[in-house]
Design a binder for this molecule. Structure first.
Ligand code: GCW
Length: 673
C-alpha cells in the first residue's frame, strides 16, 4: 500500500511499513464507490479485478445496492462513521459507512492481519467498529514564520513544521500526505494546522493564505481528515482594517461572515475555527466587556451556514498573578470562567477543555469543568507532544494516563469518555515535526498512534494498543524477533509514565520545571513567578491547600463523590495529595511511608529502574535492524542516554532540595547533595 506521493522526502513509515500492508496489497481486489478516500483505497491496493474474482472487496456502503454487489449473501449493519469487516470463505469484505470510513476499515484490516502475527485470536466472521468520539482531532502548534522565542513548532520536540518552511506553506506536501495516511490508520478525522497562539503571519492564513490552506486540505481530504484553522479573535482589526473586534459590533459580525464565506469557497469541507481567547495574552471578547459566549457565538453564526464548528478553548486563567496572594488559584479558573455560561453557547460551539485544571502535568486530577456543563458540547484536550512529560527525550508512553482520564467516572457514574462523546470528542496537541522519525524519539510514535485509537475506543487497554503499534511498526521482523521485541518494548514502555512521574514532581504537585523551556528540573523555577504554579514547600511541609474548608475551594468544584474524596487528607488519593493539600513532611501516606521518604525513595527507585530499560533495548541489538532502519536503533540509544542524564538530574535536584529544605535525612542513605 504505497501511496502515490508527490514527494522526494523520505520518512520512516511508522505503523504503516510495506510489510504491514503487503498482505492486503498482494490480494486481487475490488473497490466500490467514488470520492477521494475511495481513490486512496485504490492507490493502496494492488491488482484490481471484478468482484467475483476478488479476495478483498472494499466498499462505501452507499455504493452497494445488494449483497451480491460485494459478493456476500447478506450485508451486515454498518454503524455511522464506522465499518464492518466480513471474513467469508475466500473473500474479505470491508464496508465503510462512507468513503473515509471505508479507508479506515482497510487500515483496520491491516492491523488485524499484523496482530495475528503476535498470536492474537482469529477475529470473528463479522466485526463491526464505530468511533466512540465524534471529534477526533490533532492540533498543531505550528507557526508559519519561526517565532523568536517558541521556534517554529511551539512545544515541538521533533524538528520544524511538516506544513511550513521558510515562512511559507511547503511546496512539497509529501510529508503531509504520509502523515495524513498514518492518522487515517488511527482513526483521527480532523487537524488544526496552526498554533493556537496566532501571530501576525499565521493570522493571514485566514485571508490571503487560503490558497495554501486549500492545498493542505486537499491532501487531508484524501484521507478523510478535515482541516481547522486557529484564528485570532482580533482578526477584524489585524486583517480587516476595522477599529474594533467587539463581537457585538455589526461591522465585526459582517467581517467574520464574509471571512467564513471565503474560507468555504476555498475549502468546502473546512472544519471550522479553533480559538484561544483571553488566554496568555491572546486577544478575546473581554477587551470589549463581552463574555466568552458572546465571542464564540458570533464566530459560530459566521460558520453556521457552512456547517462549520467553533472549538473554543477553556484554558483561561490569570497569568499575571501575584505569587504572594494565596487565595487566587489557577486551578479554579476554567470552572469559574465557564461553568456559569453553561447553556449559553450556540449549538455549533464545542468548548475544548484541558484534561486537568492546570496544564498537561504528568499527574493532575480530571478537570471538573467536564462535569459542570451538561448543556454545552465539550471536547477533552490532551497533549501528545511531551511538553511536561519528557519532551520526546524521555520514554513516556502516555496511553495509561489518557486511558485513566477517559475512563474516570467524574460524576460518580459516567466516564469522561462518555461525557465528551455526547456532543464533542477528543483533541490533542500533536507531537510531530519534520524529523525523519516524525516524533524525535522513535518510541514517541506510539503516543501518536495511541491517541487516535483511544479517541476511537477509550476502553482499549494501553498494553493492547502498544501491541498493535508493535505488530504494525515491526511487521517486517521474523516471528521470533517480533516476540522478543514485543516483550522488551512492553518492559520499557508500559510503566514509563509512572517511572517519569517517579523521578519528577511528586504526588501531583506539578511543575518544578525550568521556566520557559519546561524541560529539566528547577524545583523553585516557578515558585515566585506570576504563572500560578506553586508548590509552597517550606521547612515543614509542601503542597497546595485546595480544600473548601481551609484552602482555595477548588475541591468544591467537583460533584460528589469527588468533592468529599478530595476535600479530606484521609481520603485524597496519594498520587494527588499535594495537588489538594498542604501537608507536613511527616504525613504518612497509604503506602506507610512519610511524604518526605516517598519523595526520596521514588526519585531514586525510578532512576534505578532505568537500568532495566537500557539493558533491555540493548538486548535487541541483532533483532530490531530486521524491521526498522539502523538509524532508528541509533536514535533510541541516543535518547535513552539523554533520558538517563536528565533523570539523574531530576533525582538529585529534587532529593537534595527537600533534604536542604526539611533537614530530614533520607532513611535509605542513598546519595544526596
Ligand atoms: O502548556 C502551555 C504551553 C504554551 C501553550 C499553552 C496553551 C500554545 O506552555 O506553549 O500555548 O499551554 O495550551 O495554550
Amino acid at each position: 500500500m504505497t501511496p502515490d506521493t508527490d514527494t522526494a522526502v523520505t520518512v520512516h513509515p511508522a505503523w504503516l511499513p510495506d510489510a504491514a500492508t503487503a498482505p492486503l496489497r498482494d490480494l486481487p481486489s475490488a473497490v466500490l464507490g467514488a470520492g477521494p478516500c475511495l481513490e486512496t483505497v485504490r492507490s493502496e491496493l494492488g491488482r484490481a479485478v471484478p468482484v467475483p474474482e476478488a479476495a478483498l472487496v472494499v466498499a462505501d456502503v452507499g455504493a452497494v445496492a445488494t449483497p451480491s454487489d460485494v459478493g456476500l449473501a447478506t450485508l451486515p449493519d454498518v454503524p455511522a462513521g464506522g465499518h464492518a469487516i466480513v471474513r467469508a470463505p475466500g473473500r474479505t469484505v470491508v464496508l465503510g459507512a462512507d468513503g473515509p470510513a471505508a479507508l479506515r476499515g482497510l487500515y483496520a484490516l491491516a492491523r488485524s492481519v499484523a496482530l495475528a502475527r503476535l498470536g492474537a485470536p482469529a477475529p470473528a466472521a463479522v466485526t463491526v467498529s464505530a468511533p466512540e468520539q465524534p471529534l477526533r482531532m490533532l492540533d498543531h502548534w505550528d507557526n508559519v514564520a519561526v517565532h523568536p522565542v517558541m521556534g517554529q513548532v511551539e512545544r515541538g520536540y521533533a524538528g520544524g513544521s511538516i506544513f511550513y518552511a521558510d515562512g511559507e506553506v511547503r511546496a512539497d506536501l509529501g510529508r503531509v500526505r504520509a502523515y495524513a495516511r498514518l492518522l487515517a490508520a488511527t482513526g483521527v478525522e480532523a487537524v488544526g494546522i496552526n498554533n493556537v497562539n496566532v501571530h501576525a503571519r499565521e493570522a493571514r492564513l485566514l485571508t490571503d493564505g487560503l490558497g495554501d490552506v486549500a492545498r493542505i486540505a486537499d491532501v487531508f481530504r484524501a484521507y478523510g481528515i478535515r482541516c481547522f484553522l486557529s484564528v485570532s479573535f482580533a482578526s477584524p482589526r489585524l486583517l480587516g482594517g476595522l477599529d474594533t473586534a467587539d463581537p457585538l459590533d455589526a461591522g465585526v459580525v459582517a467581517w467574520w461572515a464574509s471571512a467564513a464565506d471565503r474560507v468555504y469557497a476555498a475549502v468546502p469541507d473546512f472544519g471550522g475555527f479553533l480559538v484561544k481567547a483571553d488566554s496568555e495574552g491572546q486577544p478575546g471578547p473581554f477587551a470589549y466587556g463581552r463574555s466568552h459566549a458572546d465571542g464564540a457565538n458570533m464566530l459560530a453564526d459566521a460558520l453556521r451556514p457552512h456547517g462549520g464548528t467553533v472549538l473554543w478553548r477553556a484554558f483561561v486563567y490569570d497569568h499575571r498573578q501575584d505569587w504572594r496572594d494565596r487565595r487566587t488559584d489557577r486551578a479554579r479558573a476554567a470552572y469559574d470562567h465557564f461553568a456559569p455560561l453553561d447553556g449559553t453557547f450556540a449549538d455549533n460551539v464545542v468548548l475544548q477543555v484541558k484534561h486537568g485544571p492546570m496544564d498537561f502535568q504528568v499527574r493532575e486530577p480530571v478537570s471538573p469543568v467536564l462535569a459542570a456543563m451538561p448543556r454545552t458540547r465539550l471536547a477533552l484536550e490532551l497533549q501528545v507532544t511531551q511538553e511536561y512529560t519528557g519532551q520526546q527525550r524521555h520514554v513516556c508512553y502516555l496511553a495509561p494516563a489518557w486511558g485513566a482520564v477517559l475512563g474516570f467516572r467524574l460524576d460518580g457514574s459516567r466516564t469522561v469518555g462518555s461525557l465528551v462523546a455526547a456532543g464533542g470528542g477528543v483533541t490533542a496537541v500533536s507531537n510531530v515535526g519534520d524529523d525523519p522519525f516524525w516524533t524525535g524519539h522513535p518510541l514517541a510514535q506510539a503516543n501518536l498512534y495511541a491517541f487516535g485509537r483511544l479517541a476511537w475506543d477509550s476502553t482499549l487497554r494501553p498494553e493492547d494498543i502498544l501491541d498493535e503499534w508493535i505488530a504494525l511498526t515491526f511487521a517486517a521482523a521474523s516471528p521470533v524477533a517480533l516476540t522478543r521485541i514485543r516483550a522488551v518494548l512492553h518492559a520499557m514502555m508500559d510503566d514509563s509514565w509512572l517511572r517519569y512521574e517517579g523521578y519528577t514532581a511528586p504526588l501531583g504537585v506539578g511543575f518544578m520545571v525550568t521556566p520557559g523551556t519546561h524541560g529539566g528540573p528547577s524545583v523553585d523555577g516557578y515558585e515566585y513567578s506570576p504563572w500560578g504554579t506553586y508548590h509552597f514547600a517550606d521547612r515543614d511541609g509542601i503542597g497546595v491547600d485546595r480544600s473548601t474548608a481551609t484552602g482555595t475551594g477548588y475541591a468544591g468544584q467537583y460533584p460528589s463523590p469527588w468533592r468529599e474524596t478530595y476535600e479530606s487528607v484521609e481520603t485524597c488519593p496519594d498520587e494527588l495529595l499535594l495537588f489538594f493539600h498542604h501537608v507536613p513532611y511527616s504525613h504518612v501516606l497509604a503506602s506507610g511511608k512519610t511524604v518526605i521518604q516517598h519523595v526520596y525513595d521514588s526519585r531514586a527507585d525510578a532512576v534505578e529502574s532505568l537500568d532495566g530499560v537500557e539493558a533491555a533495548w540493548e538486548s535487541l541489538v541483532d533483532l530490531v535492524g530486521s524491521a526498522v532502519p539502523a538509524a532508528f536503533d541509533a536514535r533510541v540509544r541516543e535518547r535513552l542516554a539523554v533520558q538517563r542524564e536528565s533523570a539523574v538530574e531530576w533525582r538529585d535536584q529534587v532529593r537534595s532540595y527537600f533534604w536542604r529544605k526539611s533537614g530530614v535525612p533520607d532513611a535509605s542513605g542513598r546519595g544526596i547533595y
